[in-house]
Design a binder for this molecule. Sequence first.
Ligand SMILES: [Zn+2]
Length: 361
Amino acid sequence: MLRGMCTVAFSLALVLLNVSVKEVCCFGSQGNCLPTSNKCTVSDIKDARFTYDEDSCHGPENWYKVHSCWYLCEEDRGSRQSPIDIETEEATTDKSLTFSFSDVCTRVDAEYRNCGSGHSPHFEVKGSNNKKIYLSDVPNTPPNTKYVLDNVHIHVGQEEDEGSEHSIDDTFWPMEAHMVFYDSKFPSLGLANSLVAMMVMIEIDGSPVAPDVEATQDCDVRFASHLDFLMRTHFGNSDEYSFFEDDSDDCTFYDEECVKPKCEGGEHLKISPSDVLPSDWSFYSYRGSLTSPGCNEIVEWIALKCPIKVSSVAFNALRNIPVNGGSTLQTHGTRRPIQSNELPIQKNFDKEKTRQHPCPK
Ligand SMILES: [Zn+2]
């Protein structure tokens, strides 16, 4: 995700880290050494590119080499890197943990944004003059801090049954939805230094091989009908877009000379967190990072205990979104590998359900 957590918008969340960075370059056939002012501002990293291709010079193992501002992506460099395996037996229970929405049942105006970059396309909430959705009372955040919903996006994998970034007790799901919120004291996601990411695992309706772990056995897996509609409608029409400004045969995504991804967007839609949330709002939380460059350790993660499900048509529409150069999202997936740091995890439930989905179906 968190373009960044997962597409460009998220990688632009590199804000004045006030660190000393040294010049590093991505070596290899696709490598280039990007100029940097060492300030890690939005303008400093605007030309940096990353991919989920594990064999690429720009892949997850090498993100830290692409730009010096992405140093936290280096293995064992950071202290709270995401994604992680959520070991449910290790989570400590605190039933006072909660979160609150300003208005979770009303959908707000948004746009479909797809840059053909091999990153997750976004359902991006529209800016200034439109109604916003605020999240507050988030664990481990300062009192009275409100977070604004910026976008919803969904991660997917090369393998059908391993598309989530996080895992629960070493089990992956076909997809993982992220709802990304930024501290409302800042004017935009790209300038914020504090984010909240809510993640929801997604299953495929009717699939004979649904993930089966004890931690989710008592879940009533809700069919997310509006999210399913948005995925079928917008992901399914992505092949109508023309991604190339110059589509001559010898262009590749990383040839800055000839290819600048055009972020197709503007398709109007309406979305609400309620379209993504499961029936049961029990959750785990931990302090982590962006799962895309620059891997900034500024994210409070809320991981919903229970999954939702969408249709196989919606799932395949996501996997088959075209990527510059002729592949599709499923070619490399859109997931950062699990990070090895063992982070303390809290949960707000014991056995019983905590809060039920409040919106009409
Ligand atoms: Zn994401």
